[in-house]
Design a binder for this molecule. Structure first.
Ligand code: NI
Length: 186
């Protein structure tokens, strides 16, 4: 089932999400629904708060970036209860978008390398390192479960420049091709 994606301005995107365990009701169905929702919106990542659930769960399918980095062809994963343990290296800019911000893209600066601990759908625990675009997508989705959105990471000047666009998203004036739940739609 395709779920409505929560737009910028909805308080759930500002909330730090909570951990879950295997007893979380309907978990597998929820994960299936999130995949369907993400693919329907042509996203490469989706975090649970973006469909209104404040839990530490996000998923990534980075295969559209195969041309940039070949190993991303098979990078499809669910991250549960993730904790980024370390971010290292010299920050670099990458042009990011977000399904909660239709028609908006901004260059965001982040460190290139991360070490992360997380659980998979069976609640096996992993500790892994990522870099490049894989790290970048993880950092973006991880921010969502920490209550941070990508426009929180641009300069105040740049944010002023996109103020009208942000207002349009809050009010639901922006009309994406996928189903959304806007913060202030009348
Ligand atoms: Ni996002």
């Amino acid at each position: 089932m395709i779920l409505p994606i929560v737009g910028y301005g909805n308080p759930v995107l500002k909330k730090k999400a909570g951990e879950i365990d295997a007893s979380y009701p309907g978990l597998q169905q929820f994960i299936d629904d999130m995949w369907e929702t993400m693919y329907n919106a042509n996203g490469v990542g989706l975090a649970a708060p973006q469909v209104g659930k404040s839990i530490r769960l996000f998923m990534i399918d980075a295969s559209p970036f195969e041309e940039e980095e070949e190993e991303l062809k098979d990078f499809k994963k669910v991250f549960i209860n993730a904790q980024i343990l370390e971010e290292t290296g010299e920050e670099w800019f990458f042009n990011e978008g977000c399904l909660s911000f239709p028609d908006l893209r901004e260059d965001v600066s982040r460190k290139p390398k991360i070490r992360i601990r997380y659980q998979d759908e069976k609640f096996n625990t992993y500790e892994e390192e990522y870099e490049g675009i894989a790290a970048r997508i993880i950092q973006h989705e991880y921010d969502h479960i920490e209550g941070i959105v990508f426009v929180d990471r641009i300069t105040p000047l740049k944010r002023r420049l996109i103020k009208n666009k942000l207002t349009n998203i809050i009010k639901g004036i922006t009309r994406p091709s996928y189903k959304m739940k806007f913060a202030q739609k009348s």
